[in-house]
Design a protein around this ligand. Structure first.
Ligand code: KIV
Length: 271
């Protein structure tokens, strides 16, 4: 029997079971009540309240400006909409790096003020103290390796990461360290497919890929990208399942015409 039928709520334990059974995990980002309700009812396993909200919801160039208060607002909206999916919330830039006490305080605010089930942090060895302290409070942590957008000013570019042996070796060590420390899963972003497969095969915990090939234990996409609401972002890994931008634009243009022509509202649409 598939875990989809045997459990109501997706937990971190369900994700381990899915990996053991070879069932792929479907994760999407979500930032607001209405979209999260659609994603949850459609059966997505994990909703990531990603700091990509900084880009797609707030219009910033990078994920750096979004605040903990902003993330809490988005996450609480998603939690209110969701009954099945596991909800993971990104700790935003500046709320956990280099200070494990601050990291725990940030994670506690997310858990208390949103009702989400887990947090996600970007990085490996360099943030391990923060990961450890958050875990010590009983808060599940997801890792994120490879292209970590909060470090964009260090990388200087959004190109594929870990293409050389040195960076690939560090990524493998970081993944093992995150697993040993107690993370329940790791996002692998924009790395060679062979490395995604290798890391996924080495770990007991599930990996969720975005541009990391099809051998990771699950996949994640930014929902605005996969639905074609955003148009300008077109990396190779992105499959667009819809062109909502064109659909919404068409509907809005028709509405404008109807208002201007006096066709809307008609006799049946008034009191
Ligand atoms: O913030 C986000 O959307 C993410 C995904 C790209 C994994 O971290």
């Amino acid at each position: 029997m598939s875990v989809h039928n045997s459990v109501r709520k997706v937990t971190t334990h369900v994700l381990y079971e899915m990996k053991l059974k070879g069932e792929k995990i479907a994760m999407l980002t979500g930032y607001d009540f209405s979209m999260a309700r659609i994603l949850d009812q459609a059966g997505v396993d994990i909703i990531l309240v990603g700091d990509s909200a900084s880009n797609v919801m707030a219009g910033f160039e990078t994920t750096l400006p979004i605040t903990l208060d902003n993330m809490i607002y988005h996450a609480a909206s998603v939690v209110r909409a969701t009954s099945r999916a596991l909800i993971v919330v990104d700790l935003p830039f500046g709320t956990y790096q280099g200070n494990s006490k601050k990291a725990l305080a940030s994670a506690v605010r997310i858990m208390k003020e949103t009702g989400a089930s887990a947090v996600k942090l970007e990085g490996g060895e360099e943030i391990i103290d923060s990961v450890e302290r958050i875990l010590s409070a009983g808060i599940p942590v997801m890792g994120h390796l490879g292209l970590t957008p909060q470090a964009i000013h260090k990388f200087g570019t959004y190109v594929v990461r870990a293409t050389d042996n040195e960076e690939a070796d560090k990524l493998i060590k970081d993944a093992q360290k995150l697993e040993k420390t107690g993370c329940f899963g790791i996002v692998l972003e924009k790395i060679p497919a062979t490395l995604g497969e290798k890391v996924s095969g080495m770990l007991r915990i599930p990996t969720i890929g975005i541009g990391a090939g099809n051998k990771t234990d699950g996949q994640v996409l930014v929902v605005h990208d996969m639905l074609g609401i955003t148009q300008e972002f077109s990396p190779r890994f992105l499959r667009r399942y819809h062109n909502l931008n064109a659909e919404i634009s068409g509907a809005v243009k028709t509405y404008i015409e109807d208002v201007r022509s006096g066709d809307f509202p008609n006799d049946r649409e008034q009191y």
